[in-house]
Design a binder for this molecule. Structure first.
Ligand SMILES: C[S@@+](CC[C@H](N)C(=O)[O-])C[C@H]1O[C@@H](n2cnc3c(N)ncnc32)[C@H](O)[C@@H]1O
Length: 506
């Protein structure tokens, strides 16, 4: 992979300089909160979309924070003398974070973006210059090995990742290092891999500048850098999942045909997981003519793993091609070239009989159960991040349901989950509602229709009475045969538990 025309990176061998730079950045509130306050919400959000004009307008002043935003986020050369008041300039020049620009100017060699961790940590994500510049025009550099900063996919994966303290974590395709940075908060050992050596260098810079422990950095494709017999408690990957007609950009085009790269990562992760460990991926998958997309995904799940696969969005092949043509800035090219590229995408999809592409999350948990549970669902609705705890609890509930037959379920105790409300749906003025809906205000924000028994049951669940005892009381109340009620209700209880409305336990 060539990165010859990409600028030289700061050295990763001067952690002392990274620490001094970090202190200087924090001293002037070059943090996510500081940035939000300086820019205001619209300009801050625009910057996250790589639109720089609003931020340029908000940083015309001469405060240290404005200076640093222009330098590290907006790629503006700034006066050497002014920067020297704020940063350890000579150190930064020596370590390659800054270079001289013009007669009395300094420029940054990398994009440095303040990033707030899930527990309010003040971190910094390093990436290649150009990744915050370009806006609607597409990314700033089309070099094959360019390393991007934080995108929507990065924060989605960070948010859904299970954050239980673990011994070992693997971040496959580390890029800027954002997932490794998060993993370092709850994993004793973090291994970060990438096929692109520039990405590993940038991961090291992100960790050092964020004051995080160093990771074990290994170059190589997919699981190649993982040693024989080596296993992990957590594997995360936001892989180059784009299904494209040929590899052009390492950060997004995996270089394998169709959705083979995502399938391979999912399939090969099972044997690299410790028992009880989670593997979490973002992925794109093909919807192929004559094939059920859910069956396609089920076939990817490795043996011994429970799986939860959530399709968040589906795009038809034209929307999909346009999305990634714009992402690469191809729409700025000569129209004939743009059309040829567009055509190539559609040729590729036609050859593979692909009608649409699904986007979503794949989570595996290795249980080695003889009866693995694979849930594949479409959930395009808003959710509440971070979802890591919701994901962990989902797998715990699935294991509970597997281990409890209907008789055991009726002997079990349940609690109504937090922030569930009941809605009655029907014509205004009607005596009885047509439907009763339970709605979650947290996590997946699911809603489910229940009958009056289901609603009554859920309402009583506070962990003090067994499910069977509650049903007997309801049977008496509504004049129904308790045996029949015990017989027909477990299916509904299972659904409420599976979807997180009820939690096992007293
Ligand atoms: C979409 S970026 C994700 C970066 C970062 N982990 C994040 O969440 O923002 C995908 C990363 O995978 C790397 N990559 C591409 N092909 C790979 C392969 N075959 N094996 C390992 N990593 C690969 C790219 O270099 C890039 O850094």
């Amino acid at each position: 992979m060539s990165d010859s025309s990409l600028p030289a990176l700061p050295t990763a061998d001067r952690p002392d300089v990274a620490a001094r730079l970090r202190d200087a950045l924090l001293a002037v509130s070059f943090t996510a909160d500081g940035l939000l306050e300086l820019l205001g919400a619209p300009a801050y959000a625009a910057l996250a979309r790589s639109e720089t004009v609003p931020a340029l307008r908000a940083t015309r002043g001469d405060t240290p924070l404005e200076l640093l935003v222009r330098l590290f986020l907006l790629q503006q050369p700034v006066s050497h003398a002014r920067v020297a008041d704020v940063l350890p300039v000579e150190d930064c020049l020596a370590a390659g974070w800054l270079v001289r620009a013009g007669q009395d100017g300094l420029a940054a060699t990398v994009d440095v973006r303040p990033y707030g961790g899930l527990d309010g940590e003040d971190w910094f994500i390093v990436s290649d210059l150009g990744c915050a510049v370009g806006g609607a025009g597409g990314i700033g550099s089309r070099e094959e090995g360019v390393v991007l900063g934080v995108g929507g996919a990065s924060t989605t994966l960070a948010g859904i990742t299970v954050r239980t303290p673990v011994g070992s974590a693997l971040d496959l395709g580390a890029g800027s290092g954002i997932q490794a940075l998060h993993a370092g908060r709850h994993a004793t050992r973090v291994t970060a891999t990438d096929v692109n050596p520039r990405a590993l260098h940038i991961t090291a810079l992100t960790l050092a500048l964020s004051g995080a422990p160093a990771a074990d950095l290994r170059q190589g494709s997919l699981f190649e850098p993982v040693r024989e017999g080596e296993t992990f408690d957590l594997i995360v990957s936001n892989p180059p999942f784009v299904i494209s007609p040929g590899a052009r950009l390492t950060y997004r085009d995996g270089g394998m045909g169709g959705d083979d790269l995502c399938r391979t990562i999912v399939q090969q992760s099972g044997e690299r997981l410790n028992e009880g460990g989670f593997a979490q991926f973002l992925a794109n998958w093909q919807h192929v003519e004559g094939e059920d997309w859910q069956d396609r995904l089920r076939s990817w799940v490795p043996r011994g793993c429970d799986a939860w696969i959530v399709q968040r969005e589906v795009q038809d092949v034209t929307q999909y091609a346009e999305l990634w043509l714009r992402d690469a800035g191809d729409h700025r090219d000569d129209p004939a070239e743009y059309q040829a590229r567009y055509d190539a995408w559609l040729d590729e999809f036609e050859a593979r009989k692909v009608k649409a592409v699904g986007f979503g999350w794949i989570t595996l948990r290795r249980t080695d159960s003889a009866e693995p549970v694979i849930t594949v669902e479409e959930w395009p609705h808003p959710i509440e991040q971070p979802l890591g705890e919701t994901v962990r609890a989902h797998f715990d509930r699935i294991a509970y349901l597997r281990d409890h037959d209907d008789a055991a379920l009726l002997d079990g105790f349940f609690r109504l989950a937090r922030e569930i409300v009941q809605e009655q749906v029907g014509l205004p003025g009607a005596e009885d509602p047509e439907h009763v809906v339970l709605r979650q205000h947290r996590g997946m924000r699911r809603a489910t229709t229940v009958d009056t028994v289901g609603a009554g049951f859920a309402g009583v669940c506070d962990g003090t009475l067994s499910a069977g005892r509650i049903l007997d009381a309801i049977a008496q109340l509504v004049g129904e045969d308790p045996v029949l009620l015990r017989d027909r209700t477990p299916a509904q209880i299972r659904l409420l538990v599976e979807q997180g409305f009820l939690e096992p336990g007293n």
